[in-house]
Design a protein around this ligand. Structure first.
Ligand SMILES: O=C(O)C(=O)C[C@]1(C(=O)O)C=C[C@@H](O)C=C1
Length: 361
C-alpha cells in the first residue's frame, strides 16, 4: 500500500533498506562460496570474470521495470558486484594518473569503486606494470570521438603480450580551471594533447592569445596549476574538486557528444557472451597490389561488421604499416573463427588483441 504520510513513508523506507541490506549480504555470502568453489576446482588467479559481469549487468537492465532508469539500475548492481568481487579477492587496476583523470573515472565506471586503483604516469608504464604482474589489470584510453586514436596505446598493443578483456565508453565534458577567478587573466592553458584538440574551437574563440602547453594527462595539468598557481588547466570536474581549482568555463568541448573509449588490458581471456567485440592487428605484404583488400574481403564475404580500421607505422621499415581492426563478435564464435584463420594465412603479421563483451553501461 502506498504510504500517505511522511512518518509512514520513512518507516517503510527503513524496512525496505533493512531487507535490501540483508539481501546484499546474502549475495556476498554466495560470492564467498564461489571463491571456495573456484579454489577447489584449481581455478587460480583473480576472480574477475568479464563475460559474467556483462551478463549480470545486461540482465539487470533487461528485467528493470522502473521508475529507476536501466542505466542507473545497472550502475547500482555494478557497485554491489564490485563489493562482492572485493570479498572474493581484492583487485588492483593501473590507470593513467594522477588522480582526477578521465581514465580514473573509466576505472570506476567499469569495475565499480571497490577496486584498488593505482595511478601511473604514462601509458607505457601501465602496460609494463600489468605485464610484470604488479597490477592485475590496466585501463588505457584508445580513441576519442573528436580527437581520434591514442597512438601510444595502439603502438603498445602491437608489441604487448597482454590481452584486451573489456572496453569502457565515457562521455567526456571538459572544464577550464585555475587558481585565479577571471578568464581574461589566463595566458597559458595546460592539458593532454587530446583534450586541447577536443576544445580547439572554444580555445580559438575564447582564449585566442593564450599559449597551449601539452602535459602527460589532464589530471597532471590540474595538479600542476594547483601547485604553481600559473595558467589554467583543461580537465574534469572531478579534477577541479580534487585539486581545489575554480571552474572558469564548463563543457568547453567542441562537440557535446564527445566520448572517449578505453580498453581494459590484462591476461584474462573473456568467454563469448553473444554481444562481443574482437580487436585485431595485422599487416599486409608490402608493395603487393590489393594486399589490404585481400585481408578485408573475408569479413565482407562472411557478413562480419567492422567497427574500426586504423593504420599505424609498423616500426619495422619506412612506409610499412600495421592495421588495427575491430569487428563485432568473439574470436571463438563459429562464424568468426574460420574467417580469422583465413586472414591469418594471408597476412604478413596477424594477432588477436582480444575478444571481450561490448560495453554495457
Ligand atoms: O560469478 C562469478 O564468478 C563471481 O565471482 C561472482 C561475481 C558477482 O558478484 O556476480 C563477482 C565477480 C566476477 O567478476 C563475476 C561475478
Amino acid at each position: 500500500m502506498k504510504p500517505t504520510t511522511l512518518p509512514e513513508a520513512r518507516v517503510r523506507i527503513d524496512a525496505l533498506d533493512e531487507q535490501i541490506q540483508g539481501l546484499i549480504n546474502e549475495r556476498a555470502r554466495v560470492a564467498e562460496a564461489i571463491r571456495d568453489i573456484k579454489a577447489k576446482a584449481g581455478d587460480v588467479g583473480d576472480h574477475y570474470r568479464p563475460a559474467r559481469e556483462a551478463e549480470v549487468l545486461r540482465k539487470a537492465m533487461e528485467r528493470n521495470a522502473g521508475p529507476i532508469s536501466n542505466e542507473t539500475m545497472a550502475k547500482l548492481v555494478r557497485e554491489i558486484m564490485s563489493a562482492c568481487l572485493a570479498l572474493e579477492s581484492p583487485l588492483t587496476v593501473a590507470y593513467l594518473g594522477p588522480e582526477g583523470t578521465y581514465t580514473q573515472e573509466a576505472v570506476y565506471k567499469h569495475f565499480g569503486h571497490a577496486v584498488e586503483a593505482r595511478a601511473k604516469r604514462a601509458i607505457d608504464e601501465i602496460f609494463r606494470d600489468v605485464d610484470a604482474g604488479h597490477t592485475a589489470y590496466g585501463v588505457v584510453p584508445v580513441e576519442n570521438s573528436i580527437g581520434g586514436v591514442v597512438t601510444n596505446t595502439l603502438d603498445e598493443l602491437a608489441s604487448a603480450t597482454l590481452t584486451i578483456c573489456g572496453e569502457v565508453l565515457l562521455p567526456v565534458h571538459h572544464h577550464l580551471m585555475a587558481k585565479v577567478d577571471r578568464i581574461d587573466q589566463i595566458k597559458v592553458v595546460f592539458s593532454h594533447a587530446q583534450s586541447l584538440t577536443q576544445c580547439r574551437n572554444w580555445l580559438h574563440q575564447s582564449l585566442p592569445h593564450a599559449t597551449q602547453a601539452v602535459v602527460a594527462s589532464n589530471g597532471a595539468a590540474a595538479q600542476q596549476v594547483a601547485e604553481t598557481g600559473q595558467g589554467a588547466a583543461i580537465a574534469s570536474k572531478a579534477a577541479a574538486e580534487r585539486y581545489g581549482l575554480n571552474v572558469l568555463a564548463s563543457n568547453i568541448e567542441d562537440d557535446p557528444s564527445n566520448t572517449t573509449r578505453f580498453l581494459i588490458i590484462g591476461r584474462k581471456l573473456s568467454d563469448p557472451t553473444g554481444r562481443d567485440k574482437t580487436s585485431l592487428v595485422f599487416s599486409a605484404q608490402k608493395g603487393a597490389p590489393g594486399a589490404l583488400f585481400e585481408l578485408l574481403q573475408p569479413f565482407a564475404k562472411a557478413g562480419i561488421n567492422l567497427t574500426k580500421l586504423e593504420s599505424r607505422p609498423s616500426r619495422r621499415a619506412a612506409w610499412d604499416y600495421n592495421f588495427y581492426v575491430d569487428i563485432d563478435g568473439h574470436c571463438e564464435d563459429a562464424q568468426i573463427k574460420p574467417v580469422l584463420d583465413e586472414i591469418r594465412s594471408r597476412a604478413a603479421l596477424f594477432r588477436v588483441l582480444g575478444s571481450y563483451p561490448q560495453a554495457v553501461i
